[in-house]
Design a protein around this ligand. Structure first.
Ligand SMILES: Cc1cc2nc3c(=O)[nH]c(=O)nc-3n(C[C@H](O)[C@H](O)[C@H](O)COP(=O)(O)OP(=O)(O)OC[C@H]3O[C@@H](n4cnc5c(N)ncnc54)[C@H](O)[C@@H]3O)c2cc1C
Length: 423
């Protein structure tokens, strides 16, 4: 069916995408006095935002020193000094406080709403947009971008509306979890408009494991462990952090942050991981501790004595891997058995099968290459009246609140630049 376009009034700013980056951009543009419209294809706003941080929303990383924060973005960090100097981590936390959302900081400076509920973050953004009278069109799919002479004239929606604006903010996200609406539409439009796009691939993604014992550990999380990536026995990389066992393999911040490297190794052949459950103690000290525990336990069965030290299911798996009968009495464990157990705690081998597919990634790498954006304003250097924000940008970032902080910073600055009268 061919729709006859309905012409809506001219807006100062039209934002495509009602995720975190689009919502803060719309709110800020309106706060600057602009008439703003936001178009979202889902029937609700912030669908992916509500999934973040396991539903608790790790909305930033409370590293207040901009230089240290941006160092985590490796070579991409240098592009972001300008927007972060105007709306960085401190300003973001202040923003949420000013909008009545108390916050708290957990391990590794991960910041969450005090409510432990991502809906608190979404509610702040919706209130922010409502305060500025942003027109919000939900269930509206942008199907076409009309441009002329390196300028966007209007956007067309699948229900036949045509939206004209002076400036356009693209906030359509990346390609991970497409069921949330992030299907990569922005990448196609921007490529057609002359931007160079690095093809999206999984960047922060869980790892599928070959070992069958993995399913016995589902749901167990280990706080401060060390994971080493090995190829042909040679160490490639090693990091410490939190690891989570799942029904298919391993996830959690430590694993997500190492997944890119594991992906690279897999391209070259079989890849193995080694897990150190006690990275802060050397093998000798750990052996002493285990020896003391065994001695104290007397004739108790070994399967019942490690609960205070490691989760029971993990102890059982380690007994199995080190060929110790878990029903043996503690006082009959031989020195060799004990040393095998300690060795396994310090160096538990894990066989990598593959990375989970890109659509299950927390973020995809790829997107618009950074030199094509003016980071003082977030304006495209290819299209005069187009501003680019959030997961659309090719920014390398670890897990821990960094992705959302990039959304707040780029969205706020784009909203301010696009929303200025006469911009
Ligand atoms: C499971 C999971 C957990 C995560 N946890 C965290 C975390 O704790 N901390 C953190 O910092 N980051 C986290 N992230 C990453 C974070 O969610 C993203 O970085 C963030 O959502 C990107 O925001 P965005 O606004 O750029 O895009 P998105 O949130 O992807 O929003 C884009 C919006 O655009 C809409 N859209 C797309 N195409 C069209 C179209 N053609 N017409 C109309 N609308 C369209 C989509 O429907 C969508 O609503 C997590 C991601 C996942 C998947």
């Amino acid at each position: 069916m061919i729709h006859k376009p309905t012409y809506l009034p001219l807006y100062d700013v039209a934002v495509i995408g009602g995720g975190p980056a689009g919502m803060i951009a719309a709110g800020r543009a309106a706060e600057c006095g602009a008439r703003v419209i936001l178009v979202e294809k889902n029937k609700t706003l912030g669908v992916k935002l509500l999934l973040t941080g396991g539903g608790r929303c790790n909305f930033t990383n409370a590293e207040l020193d901009t230089r240290s924060f941006l160092l985590k973005l490796k070579k991409d960090g240098k592009f972001l000094f300008s927007p972060f100097s105007r709306f960085g981590v401190k300003e973001t936390i202040d923003f949420f406080h000013m909008h009545d959302m108390p916050t708290k900081i957990e391990d590794e400076l991960r910041a969450f709403p005090k409510s432990d509920d991502a809906i608190s973050v979404l509610n702040v953004l919706i209130r922010y947009m409502n305060n500025g009278n942003v027109t919000i069109m939900k269930k509206t799919y942008v199907s076409e971008i009309i441009s002329r002479d390196e300028k966007i004239i209007s956007i067309k929606t699948s229900d036949g509306k045509e939206i004209h604006a002076r400036n356009f903010i693209f906030a359509t996200g990346g390609k991970s979890h497409p069921e949330t609406g992030s299907t990569g539409d922005g990448f196609l439009w921007l490529e057609n408009l002359g931007h160079e796009i690095i093809p999206p691939s999984a960047a922060l993604v869980p790892i599928v494991i070959k070992d069958s014992w993995i399913k016995n550990l589902q749901g167990i999380s280990l706080q401060n462990v060390k994971l080493t990536v090995l190829q042909n026995g040679a160490k490639q990389n090693s990091q410490k952090g939190k690891l989570l066992f799942t029904h298919f393999g391993i996830s959690g911040p430590l694993v997500l942050n190492m997944s890119r490297e594991v992906g690279e190794c897999l391209k070259n052949g079989p890849t193995e991981l080694s897990l150190d459950v006690f990275p802060t103690i050397d093998g000798g000290a750990l052996d002493k501790k285990i020896h003391e525990l065994l001695t104290k336990a007397g004739n108790k069965k070994v399967k019942n004595i490690f609960e205070g030290l490691i989760p029971n299911a993990l102890a059982l798996t380690i007994f199995q891997l080190s060929k110790i009968n878990a029903d043996t009495n503690a006082n009959t464990i031989t020195r060799e058995e004990r040393l095998r157990f300690v060795k396994m705690l310090k160096n538990m081998p894990i066989q990598v099968s593959k990375l989970l597919s890109a659509d299950k990634a927390i973020v995809t790498s790829g997107g618009v290459i950074l030199p094509e954006i003016d980071f003082k304003t977030m304006r495209s250097r290819k299209i005069q009246n187009c501003f680019l924000v959030g997961d659309l940008l090719n920014i390398d970032r670890p897990s821990g609140g960094y992705s959302l902080q990039i959304c707040w910073t780029t969205g706020y600055i784009a909203g301010e630049s696009a929303g200025k009268v006469n911009s």
